[in-house]
Design a protein. Structure first.
Length: 474
């Protein structure tokens, strides 16, 4: 069983008017974390939308009797369904899901303007959100620009907020916009290569909803640059930013991490775990109350640490060995507004044929609960994992996941499913015919508790994401 996500994006190249960074202005991070989709660099999706930075809940069953296309609930029994053997499956064999045409006619999906090319989106309510476009260049301006848009009607219309000067001209740079609140926003870039001349990364901050941006590149460099023998951050090859509990964290290519306790005015280096320096696939995983640091050790085992004050400590929970023989095939996903992280072992490639196991932690890694066990059995099984999130009190797990499910014969369906009992039963919330090899859905929760889905497509490596539709789940 496996899950996949889908979303489609279009490109917009809008005029010149560029809000260049000014070396001034700071503010405090937003208190209400948003729901975010997309982003480049380590921790973003990998092959076919499956990668080190996402995670999903595996699901084949439903958490209530699900009405099929003939109006009746259909039950099937399996011995490989995980926590329970009696499950309800959808779609019915040989028939499309009952609600497929509704979604395809966009009665629930709000399709975006096809001239836009959104690479990352953030929602704060059912209607209010921001999306940043893919980086672009224009004549006579020697830096890449990122267009930031805002909607107040769920994505029906979009207004240009600003054109962000990324302070880099390298198309191979990792470039990300982080919208932490409707007023507090950040921007970072970093180059994957080493030995770059001059600055190898940049960082900017906005405290007025993205209308103006202050460059913090020289400020952060001064605080975090390497001193003799400290194995620290040589300049600013930044990969990722995360804001949790009033702290803003930076994940660079260097041996230390950076943190600001005052919204970016001052910064300090924080020593990572001992085995971090040579690690690969690094990522920060932020939830409502917890920050986790995940990476692959040199022996390809999984390093997973929780931040306690300003110290990284190993999580208490123990994950089982990977079916791939190491942890290189694992995938994490969280929503910043919920206290839960999904861990998926997608097993050895090929992704479409391998068993996988899904686990969730809702207590910062103190414990892990299995929410789906890994065998591929009947025609209603999920065959590609994409996205998900988890939340709930200790001992319970509510999780959403989207995936590609096998129907009768060659039929496949793109679906969103939910469990409220740690994977014992699953309910299908959305289903549509799966028509594209690189089409997916991503799900997450906004600060108001609304669950959102985003429709998108990727390239054949799952690295270039284009969002084209928004859907508020029932």
């Amino acid at each position: 069983m496996r899950f996949l996500i889908v979303a489609v994006l279009s490109v917009s190249w809008l005029g010149l008017g560029c809000n260049l960074f000014s070396e001034s202005g700071h503010g405090s991070p937003g208190k209400n974390a948003p729901i975010m989709y997309g982003g480049a660099g380590p921790g973003s999706g990998g092959l076919g939308g499956i990668g080190a930075g996402g995670a999903g809940a595996s699901a084949t069953p439903s958490d209530a009797a699900v009405v099929g296309s003939d109006g009746a609930a259909g039950n099937s029994a399996r011995g490989d369904a995980g926590p329970e053997t009696a499950i309800t499956t959808v779609p019915d064999v040989g028939k499309p899901p009952v609600d497929a045409d509704i979604h395809n006619d966009a009665q629930r999906w709000i399709r975006f303007d096809s001239t836009k090319s959104f690479a990352k989106c953030t929602w704060f309510s059912a209607t209010d959100g921001f999306c940043s476009a893919a980086p672009r260049s224009i004549p006579d301006i020697p830096v890449l620009l990122v267009d930031l848009y805002k909607t107040t009607d769920g994505g029906k219309t979009w207004g240009l907020v600003s054109q962000i000067n990324t302070e880099t001209s390298a198309f191979d740079a990792s470039i990300n916009v982080y919208v932490n609140s409707p007023s507090d926003m950040w921007f970072i870039s970093g180059l994957a290569g080493v030995g770059q001349s001059g600055q190898s990364g940049s960082i900017g901050h906005s405290t007025d909803g993205g209308k103006s941006w202050a460059s913090l590149t020289s400020t952060v460099s001064a605080y975090l640059r390497t001193t003799s023998g400290d194995g620290g951050i040589p300049s600013i090859p930044l990969w990722q930013l995360a804001a949790v509990g009033g702290k803003v964290w930076l994940l660079p290519q260097g041996g230390n991490l950076g943190v600001s306790l005052d919204g970016g005015v001052t910064w300090k280096k924080v020593p990572p775990p001992q085995d971090f320096a040579a690690a690969s696939n690094r990522s920060l995983i932020a939830t409502q109350n917890t920050l986790l640091l995940r990476f692959l050790k040199t022996d390809t085992s999984l390093g997973l640490y929780r931040v306690s004050d300003l110290t990284f400590v190993p999580v208490e929970g123990v994950l089982p060995p990977s079916s791939a023989g190491d942890q290189s095939g694992t995938w994490w996903r969280s929503s910043p507004n919920v206290e839960g992280v999904l861990f998926v072992d997608r097993g050895p490639l090929p992704a479409w044929a391998s068993p996988f196991w899904a686990y969730a932690t809702v207590d910062g890694g103190q414990t892990f609960q299995q929410i789906s066990a890994g065998k591929i059995g009947t025609s209603s099984d999920v065959i590609g994992l994409s996205d998900g999130l988890a939340f709930g009190a200790p001992g319970t797990v509510t999780a959403y996941a989207s995936g590609v499910f096998a129907g009768d014969g060659s039929n496949r369906y793109l679906e969103i499913r939910r469990t409220r009992d740690a994977g014992k039963t699953w309910l299908t919330l959305h289903s549509e015919p799966y028509l594209s090899n690189y089409a997916y859905i991503s799900v997450a929760v906004d600060p108001m508790g609304t669950v959102h889905a985003m429709h998108y497509t990727t390239d054949n490596l799952g690295t270039t994401v284009s969002y084209d539709a928004h859907y508020v789940l029932p």
